[in-house]
Write a protein that binds this ligand. Structure first.
Ligand SMILES: [Zn+2]
Length: 232
């Protein structure tokens, strides 16, 4: 009967639409799962410049309140990174609570290798950690990130007596203080540049990777007010 045939046909079409929508949904889901490890795999193939641009693009998303990293499925990411990590970039930033590195670069589990210490200064332990990131994990860019209003730099400028071992940071910050002519902003920018240069020169692993064209070491400053990073 035409009517029932038509109905049957319409129903089949409806079911097919449902099915293809469901399949598309599954494909999208699967796509997310496949894309994430795929990107992790591909990250080591990024050029140093592309890796840097990826970081900065993430910061632009962060500053514009358009985070994409929060859409990643953390359960899947955790599962896929149990046995390996392939971060595309390394960051040396301050321990300051207002500069959470993954967040300000809109990155998630397994994407960036982060070392943090007050004043983002280079110490033997920091070098060792970053060398691991470069030599073993194959990061393609290394960014030293200072930030506005850095308390460590401020303290080093005043060189006041401080409790415990806080003043142990001062000698490492001293060269930037000398270049600052009394300006905190200049000291912060100079410090990021000085620490980046220290990494380029004092680590044979980093120096060789830079020479070999597989790594870029740069410095930048994060602005607490705008959320934006300015490369220096
Ligand atoms: Zn700081």
């Amino acid at each position: 009967m035409p009517y029932s045939v038509q109905r049957g046909s319409a129903r089949r079409q409806f079911l097919q639409t449902l099915l293809s929508t469901a399949v598309a949904g599954v494909a999208t889901q699967a796509g997310i799962e496949l894309v994430v490890p795929g990107r992790l795999q591909a990250q080591t193939n990024l050029s140093p410049e592309a890796a840097l641009q990826e970081l900065l693009a993430g910061n632009q998303r962060f500053a514009a309140n358009q985070l994409t990293s929060i859409d990643h499925d953390l359960t899947v990411l955790k599962e896929k990174t149990v046995d390996k990590q392939e971060p595309f970039a390394a960051v040396l930033s301050c321990a300051d609570s207002r500069v959470p590195a993954e967040l300000v670069f809109d990155q998630t589990i397994g994407h960036i290798f982060v070392t943090r210490v007050a004043g983002n200064v280079v110490t033997p332990e920091i070098i060792a950690s970053l060398e691991y990131g470069v030599a073993v994990l194959g990061v393609r860019t290394l960014l030293v990130l200072g930030h506005s209003g850095c308390g460590a730099v401020k303290a080093a400028m005043k060189a006041d007596s401080a409790p415990g071992q806080i003043s142990a940071l001062y000698p490492r910050l001293r060269p930037a203080v000398v270049q600052s002519a009394g300006s905190l902003d200049r000291a912060i920018e100079a410090n990021a540049q000085i620490q980046a240069e220290l990494l380029r020169t004092s680590s044979t692993v980093i120096r060789d990777a830079v020479k070999g064209g597989t790594l870029k070491v740069e410095a930048g400053v994060y602005n607490l007010a705008s959320g934006k990073i300015t490369m220096s």
